[in-house]
Design a protein around this ligand. Sequence first.
Ligand SMILES: Cc1cc2nc3c(=O)[nH]c(=O)nc-3n(C[C@H](O)[C@H](O)[C@H](O)COP(=O)(O)O)c2cc1C
Length: 350
Amino acid sequence: MKRTKTPETFQWVQAPMAGGTTSTDLVVAVCEAGGIGWMGSGYQTPEAIRTQAKEVASNTSGKFGINLFVPEKRNEEVEEARKSLQSLYERAELAQPNLTSFENEYFQFHGKVKAICESSATYIGFTFGIPSNEILQQCRQAGKVIVGTATNEIEAQHWLQSGCEVLVLQGKEAGGHRGSHDPNASPNYAATTNALLQMIRPLTDLHLYVAGGIMSGKDAAMFYELGADGVQIGTAFLQAMESGLHPTAKGALAKRNKKTTWTKAFSGRWARGLQNEFMEKYKNHPHAAYPLQHELTVPIRKWAKQTGNAEWDAVWAGEGYERGEVSTASMLLQKWQKEFHDRTNRAYAE
Ligand SMILES: Cc1cc2nc3c(=O)[nH]c(=O)nc-3n(C[C@H](O)[C@H](O)[C@H](O)COP(=O)(O)O)c2cc1C
């Protein structure tokens, strides 16, 4: 997409957040307020994607996107990880979950891509890697705008070679899963959002959206000045009235009494969330590869939500979460846009 660098064309993107947060209400509210709403559909079935995409399209004429996790070959060994969670299953009287084979995950992924190609979503986004040329071609033929995710320069270069129209640069401050292409890439070496933008901006004229730690219009204005074409905001939408985040997690965020940290213990991939007992206890235990570890902990996280105990749930949140506000998505966007325009107009006037 050709860049048109003015404050008026700057994009306000609500980050895809898999696991129910990006409810139809949230996506629609963001689109209606002039932003770009995204469905985080990594955990949805093709049928659920079709249904939600239809709901979104019938409630807004705004542009929206649908995001998927790209499957990767993985070690299928789960017994050690399963054994280490056994006492928790017993304590909560939980049944052992069924796990998805790589073949099935891959088959499902194709079904999801097809569902998105047949939907009225404008954008299709990929996280955790780059899908095959065949899939990218399928998306282009369906007229979708392809959005990639990169967490470092090498990943950005790979996306630039494969061909995407927009690239999301995810810095270390970001909440939720790191979009790293290599599941074992240590977050200890992760770049900040600011550093990432300054590394990648000189390499391309593609639209670049920055993600990670953006909690206000002032933050967005700073990234605009550094050459971003838009901001992708996750954590600051978690407490929006329309967000589908579970009340147990919303309650934990509202307390503002914890630091965030990275963990692999919930899903087998690095993700940032509120530090809690589960992360601490299982930090050094064996973890299965993603998505097997995710599937092993699904019953535990469900039980934690139902019993209102956020200590055993994954409360994904970015470093800036203490600055989050409870409000409607449209009021949040209006406030950020005003702060942004106040800053950018002032910069022009000076
Ligand atoms: C609860 C939650 C779930 C997320 N799920 C996804 C996802 O499904 N796909 C994705 O590409 N990124 C996901 N992310 C990461 C966001 O896309 C984005 O990079 C991040 O929220 C930006 O940083 P911030 O949280 O500081 O705003 C998630 C983030 C959060 C907080």
